[in-house]
Design a binder for this molecule. Structure first.
Ligand SMILES: [Fe+2]
Ligand SMILES: [Fe+2]
Length: 317
């Protein structure tokens, strides 16, 4: 079925108008909203223990309760570092997106609004690192370089599918954190702000991706699937920096290996990615050699895992 171009434009503008209205009503300045003077409680987990990369391993059994809680703070800090890395990439891609378009349209004004949100988020995540007594966990030089290339050359479908991927993974983890009263209040407050504003970003990314993807020829789609697979692979396999393990007194190589082989960690990544995998898979954006990378990163479940943990998309893979 062919949709009239006029209808599509109207839809695009209607959605962007609603997103702008919602941004005007519910946007937050984390510098004001969050109590940055409150002390981090060393007796609380920053994220649920079952979401940690070593949970359920033999190595986990050797850790003291203090080490486990510190691991939770450092793993959240590592995820926040990836968040800053990708938000910086996304801001540049959105600036490039806006550069070619008409700023009087609602959808371009929404792109500018999202850039402003991401600026505040990156400052918020950076302050979180400080409060958690964590460094900015830098990516390895190769992944850092790949990010630099990607933000310079990405096309429309890649910009919005990659954004959706990273945003959905963070969203799933943060929704769980914000709802759990037993967890550290600071990570809950940061999660709450991010979840509210990212809900709009994800809506925008889904719309922009779908609109652009179906217009693209076979060659561009083919190339985009492969690059998207690489983005998913490098982001998901680097969520937890090996330095995190070092900080709690573990051998980083051994701990990284244990995490990579940990079926529960694979299940966590599959669970966090299940919605974005369903969306992109339905659109035909996860196939060919790119699909191999999604699987290798543990985003499509484990072979033989129960459907409830791995999700229907993964079982089909
Ligand atoms: Fe963000
Ligand atoms: Fe975002």
């Amino acid at each position: 079925m062919t949709v009239e171009p006029q209808t599509r434009t109207t839809d695009r503008e209607d959605i962007a108008k609603r997103l702008l209205r919602s941004s005007a009503k519910a946007s937050f300045d984390p510098l004001v909203e969050i109590d940055w003077d409150a002390l981090v409680d060393p007796d609380r987990y920053a994220i649920r223990p079952e979401r940690l990369s070593l949970y359920g391993t033999e190595l986990w059994e050797t850790l003291t309760e203090e080490q486990r809680k510190e691991l939770s703070r450092q793993e959240i800090a590592s995820v926040a570092s990836i968040g800053i890395w990708f938000e910086t990439i996304l801001m540049q891609m959105l600036v490039r997106h806006a550069y070619d378009r008409d700023p009087t349209t609602h959808h371009v004004q929404y792109a500018y609004t999202e850039i402003a949100d991401e600026c505040r988020h990156s400052v918020m995540f950076a302050k979180l690192l400080d409060k958690l007594d964590a460094p900015f966990y830098r990516l390895d030089p190769f992944t850092h370089l790949l990010g630099k290339v990607f933000k310079t050359v990405s096309n429309g479908p890649l910009t919005f599918s990659a954004a959706l991927f990273v945003e959905e993974i963070l969203d799933q983890l943060q929704r769980e954190i914000m709802a759990d009263e037993a967890l550290e209040p600071l990570t809950r407050a940061v999660s709450r702000i991010h979840v509210v504003e990212e809900a709009r970003h994800m809506r925008y990314a889904r719309e922009e991706f779908a609109r652009d993807w179906h217009r693209r020829g076979a060659l561009v789609q083919h190339y985009s699937r492969l690059v998207l697979g690489a983005v998913a692979y490098y982001s998901a396999t680097r969520l937890i920096s090996p330095e995190v393990y070092e900080r709690i007194g573990l051998d980083p190589r051994a701990a990284r290996k244990a995490a990579r082989r940990n079926p529960r960690w694979t299940d966590t990544k599959t669970w966090a990615a299940r919605k974005v995998v369903a969306t992109l898979d339905r659109a035909g954006a996860i196939s060919g050699p790119g699909r191999y990378l999604w699987r290798k990163a543990g985003l499509l479940g484990r072979r033989g895992a129960a459907p409830s943990t791995a999700g229907p998309e993964a079982q089909r893979a």
